[in-house]
Design a protein around this ligand. Structure first.
Ligand code: FAD
Length: 552
């Protein structure tokens, strides 16, 4: 197969040649580096590449070009290759243009000229973007192949797991791809068991569990020790941040994650309000960076491993894993976050994972290219989901139950300016109709006029809030009526410490009603359900844990 392409566009020959040289030096082995002296010439070449079925991984274009500037070029280039990453070369004075470009074309990065030395100013940025592209692009390689179907929730789970671990795979839809059908049929005993996953070493897994997948691809699923200073449950932003701070302070840290690291943020196609990333970054990208950082400091991270129970034994906090293994620690951090609230209307359960999805369903969205899809919800996550889906779908209808949206202004503005997005207010979904993999229509009710409508579309993406994952400690620590864990000063009621509290001190910041057991992030009462809050709380939790450890 042809190598994917990196295309540089600049009208200044000196700059163009030096960018080409730097790109070839580092990426020439894996990518075909092409250059063009103008946006018009580059677009003509791209049309030919598209006709030949080639793939483009990255555009790097100078903002200052006569006739067609960098932003204008990128705007047209992504019509041809929507998944390619977009980098703008700018001079200091072009910062305003770059910001406009971020808003207009979802620019991935703007790079200041000159970028010397490339090892510091060019390659780290492009490495990240290319790693991200590899995950989202359909790879043409002879690695892991997943034969499955849109209507199979297990296929969705396996793809999501591989994508979240940035493991490249080839997706073969059994309904549309003869190779996929053949692979699935050759391992079928008559019953349609999907997905069928084949590995380069010739082994094949049929309907694998996530733990099977994790073991096979070499993820750590077993702890190296029985005892740790700090155990963290959950590898979302709060857990990963605590792992980075805990391990960097020299503590012996284990993180246990039941799915793949990233948490809810892993569902976010673009986090635009996280400090330091003006062009935004995807939740998967954030998780990938955080995992690398935590491991570099020596934290251990288990994937596809669920904690099913927590108990206290003297000064030890003991967690039980799904396979019965018990691990102990001195301090335990609950960073188990929250899970999408389920939509309880007829038809949803039957179609979940195969036409109805919770969150933006990263891996599925592209299959709804040029189709009409629905987004249920009106908060930030729904707005982001709609913006992301509009890259693929012909139309995205947001169904919002109130008469207004409760999300950040930048998103409301972006939705309003997006011609593919339609917003229906005061609208509730009362039924989802279809067969797995083939949504026929949804039924909506206008809660002011009582008008009922049938709306045809290909898929429904649900974003209607989240509920805390506090079940494993529900009977152990104080929680509020919605299950959020109460911590620190909030535990003091009428000047009294929580029931059963025997220590002579008050609970520390983020400490629960059980000493040595802490909570951070979305599972905690009082957090504001943002990535930055979760990562901040992860760091604060480690400071509180250190204070606790100094007392035992
Ligand atoms: C689609 C979407 C888009 C969003 N976009 C933004 C945004 O743009 N900006 C922003 O600031 N915020 C955004 N948010 C909110 C943000 O993602 C959350 O506030 C944040 O992820 C909370 O982090 P957390 O670590 O507390 O919990 P989570 O992210 O929920 O992570 C908790 C982790 O714990 C694991 N876990 C749970 N129970 C167990 C168990 N028993 N054993 C082992 N592991 C367990 C879960 O699998 C999960 O990985 C978005 C949320 C969603 C859903």
């Amino acid at each position: 197969m042809a190598k994917p392409i990196i295309l540089a566009v600049d009208d200044e020959p000196v700059v163009l040649n030096s960018v080409e040289r730097d790109l070839r030096q580092k990426y020439g082995r894996e990518y075909r580096v092409m250059k063009s002296e103008s946006g018009e010439m580059a677009l003509a070449a791209l049309k030919q590449l598209q006709a030949r079925g080639e793939s483009v991984a990255l555009f790097i274009a100078d903002q200052r070009m006569p006739e067609m500037n960098g932003t204008q070029f990128l705007e047209q280039a992504i019509e041809l290759f929507p998944e390619a990453k977009k980098v703008l070369l700018t001079a200091y004075a072009d910062t305003e243009a770059a910001i406009r470009s971020i808003n207009r074309i979802n620019l991935d990065y703007y790079l200041m000229k000159p970028w010397d030395p490339p090892q510091e100013n060019l390659y780290p940025v492009l490495d990240d973007l290319l790693a991200d592209w590899k995950v989202s692009a359909s790879p043409s390689y002879d690695g892991i192949r997943v034969a499955g179907a849109l209507w199979s929730p297990q296929s969705h789970a396996v793809k999501d797991f591989l994508a979240r671990h940035q493991i490249a795979y080839q997706w073969l839809d059994v309904d549309s791809n003869p190779d996929g059908r053949a692979l699935a049929d050759s391992y079928s005993d008559g019953a349609a068991k999907l997905p069928v996953v084949s590995f380069p070493d010739g082994s094949v897994f049929i309907e694998p569990s996530l733990q099977d997948m994790a073991n096979k691809v070499g993820m750590q699923t077993r702890a190296e020790a029985r005892h740790y200073e700090i155990i963290i449950i959950g590898a979302g932003p709060a857990g990963l941040s605590a792992a980075v701070y805990g391990a960097s302070e020299g503590h012996n840290v284990l993180v246990i994650e039941k799915h793949a690291p990233g948490g809810q943020a892993g569902n976010s196609p673009k986090i635009e309000n996280y400090l330091g990333f003006p062009a935004g970054l995807s939740g998967m990208d954030l998780a990938r960076r955080a995992i690398t950082q935590a491991k570099r400091f020596g934290a251990e991270i288990l994937s596809a491993t669920e904690v099913v129970n927590v108990r206290i034994q003297d000064q030890y906090r003991i967690v039980t894993l799904a396979d019965g293994t018990e691990l102990s620690c001195k301090a335990l951090l609950l960073a188990s976050g929250a899970t999408f609230r389920r939509l309880d209307v007829p038809g949803v359960e039957k179609l979940t994972g195969s036409g109805v999805y919770y969150g933006a369903a990263y891996t599925e969205a592209r299959y709804y290219q040029d189709q009409h899809v629905f987004v249920i919800g009106g908060a930030n996550s729904a707005g982001q989901g709609a913006m992301f889906l509009s890259k693929f779908a012909s139309k995205v209808t947001m169904l919002i139950r109130r008469d207004t949206q409760w999300s950040s202004k930048y998103l409301v503005d972006a939705e309003a300016a997006n011609p593919k997005i339609e917003r229906l207010f005061n609208t509730e979904v009362t039924e989802v109709v279809g067969e797995p993999g083939h949504l026929s229509h949804i039924v909506t009710l206008n809660n002011i006029t009582n008008e009922v409508k049938n709306l045809e579309g290909a898929a429904v993406f649900i974003f209607i809030g989240a509920k805390p994952n506090s079940g494993i400690v529900h009977d152990l620590v104080s929680v509020n009526d919605k299950g959020f864990i109460i911590t620190g000063p909030d535990l003091i009621r009428d000047g009294k410490r929580p029931k059963g509290w025997t220590l002579k001190r008050d609970p520390l910041m983020l400490e629960t009603s059980v000493p040595g057991l802490f909570a951070a992030g979305d599972v905690r009462l009082g957090t504001n359900q943002r990535v930055a809050s979760a990562t901040g709380e992860g760091g604060v939790a480690i400071a509180a844990i250190q204070q606790y450890l100094s007392t035992i």
